[in-house]
Design a protein around this ligand. Structure first.
Ligand SMILES: Nc1ncnc2c1ncn2[C@@H]1O[C@H](COP(=O)(O)OP(=O)(O)OP(=O)(O)O)[C@@H](O)[C@H]1O
Ligand SMILES: [Mg+2]
Length: 389
């Protein structure tokens, strides 16, 4: 690993934005969700888009029959992009070809996205039993949260019942799913430290029929220390998940903080599967050895079924030779565990959390949304028989 990681890349991305929980939200829409352009023209385009897209909203309407506002906005955005024949600036960036994908033009993408958003798309096969997947990488800003949120949203859009457990005190996954997570809100902290049932903190994500989130508040930062003297401190999350009725779920994603502390160890003990997002940047492979060693330790002492089943390449910038070098290195080392779909660096992906959304609803026609959709499809369809780690 260290051997081949040498010489790949340039200094770590300094453009990583602030934690989304600390971002100021853009101008809010009537339902409290922001959107970038509130002009009369765009409102007219929105209305036109909704008329054009017609009656296929039933599958997406909330219990009261209302079309979720964020979906209306997302569909309108698709329509605007298509009508104007414009291409968002990120699309100037060469993105990797997703194997098996049809023509990747903005209009083709928008059309596919609109179909998915209207009907929920094709139903993907659901696992026989709930798959619990820990998303871990102690390196910060590699796309753990973005991957957790967007895979979860994609799967939920295709019929799966999904829970995202936010195990990061930054609460970024909770922010991206628009779940309240300020101090005083019952969160994963109460579950881990005070032994509250997980069900008591799980919230439904608006705009999705079957997407749920167990939020993290900042007090979770203290849990790393508070857990130390506790009995079975490494298996508190496993115990909480064991007491949760997962028969009503198909996937649980656990979003880890950027460390290999007790919170991440709890996540590794609680799940049979590990998904590692790897940023296509300098030093991408450094530190992976340490993560794999931790996985090995947890497997040998605490969780014998733990396996690294999935690697996702994130923030791929096709304009750089470095990105493809990193991708090649990773494929060489991890083989079939690496998803074929590579997530491009995409402005839309980075904008979505500040609107309390996944990119799947914020701009379903964007290259980032399409890549995550494809990645989620692979995850749902793939045979999990080629593990590494
Ligand atoms: N494909 C992408 N294109 C552009 N920006 C991205 C992409 N994926 C993630 N980002 C942005 O990069 C930053 C880091 O992503 P993210 O928060 O998902 O990483 P993380 O590994 O969860 O970080 P942390 O270690 O702090 O928890 C965020 O600002 C996010 O919006
Ligand atoms: Mg994160």
């Amino acid at each position: 690993m260290a051997e081949s990681a040498r010489g790949v890349g340039w200094p770590r991305d300094a453009s990583k934005g602030p934690a989304s929980g600390s971002r100021t939200r853009p101008v809010d829409g009537p339902n409290g969700l922001g959107w970038p352009d509130g002009s009369a023209e765009s409102e007219a385009a929105d209305a036109l888009a909704l008329v054009t897209l017609g009656s296929g909203f039933a599958a997406w309407a909330d219990g009261d029959g209302q079309v979720p506002y964020r979906l209306q906005r997302a569909l309108a955005a698709v329509s605007r992009e298509t009508d104007a024949g414009t291409v968002e600036s990120e699309d100037q960036v060469a993105t990797p070809v997703v194997p098996g994908s049809a023509a990747d033009t903005p209009i083709a993408r928008a059309a596919r996205a609109a179909v998915v958003a209207r009907s929920g798309g094709e139903l993907w096969p659901r696992p026989r039993e709930c798959r619990v997947i820990t998303i871990a990488n102690q390196k910060g800003g590699v796309g753990k949260t973005t991957t957790a949120v967007n895979l979860a949203a994609s799967l939920a859009m295709h019929g799966a019942r999904v829970l995202v457990v936010d195990l990061d005190p930054q609460g970024n996954a909770s922010t991206a799913l628009d779940i309240e997570h300020h101090a005083g809100i019952a969160s994963v902290y109460e579950v881990l430290v005070e032994g509250q049932p997980l069900a008591s903190v799980v919230k439904k994500v608006a705009g999705f029929q079957q997407l749920y989130c167990a939020p993290a508040a900042i007090d979770l930062a203290g849990a790393e220390i508070e857990l130390v003297p506790m009995v079975a401190r490494e298996s508190r999350l496993a115990r909480a998940l064991g007491g949760y009725d997962a028969s009503s779920l198909d996937y649980i994603f656990i979003d880890c903080p950027p460390s290999l502390g007790l919170l991440t160890v709890n996540a590794l003990v609680a799940a049979p599967e590990v998904l590692i997002p790897i940023q296509c940047e300098y030093y991408a492979l450094e530190g992976l050895e340490q993560l794999l060693r931790t996985v090995e330790l947890v497997r040998s002492h605490l969780n014998p079924v733990l396996t690294v089943t999935t690697i996702v390449l994130t923030m791929y910038d096709g304009r750089t030779r470095l990105a493809s070098q990193v991708a090649d290195e990773v494929r060489e080392h991890f083989g079939a565990a690496v998803l074929g779909s590579v997530i491009p660096r995409s402005v839309r992906v980075s904008e979505a959390p500040s609107y309390g959304q996944s990119v799947m609803t914020y701009d379903p026609g964007s290259s980032g949304a399409q890549a995550y959709l494809e990645a989620a499809r692979e995850l749902a369809l793939r045979d999990v028989q080629s593990p590494v780690g």
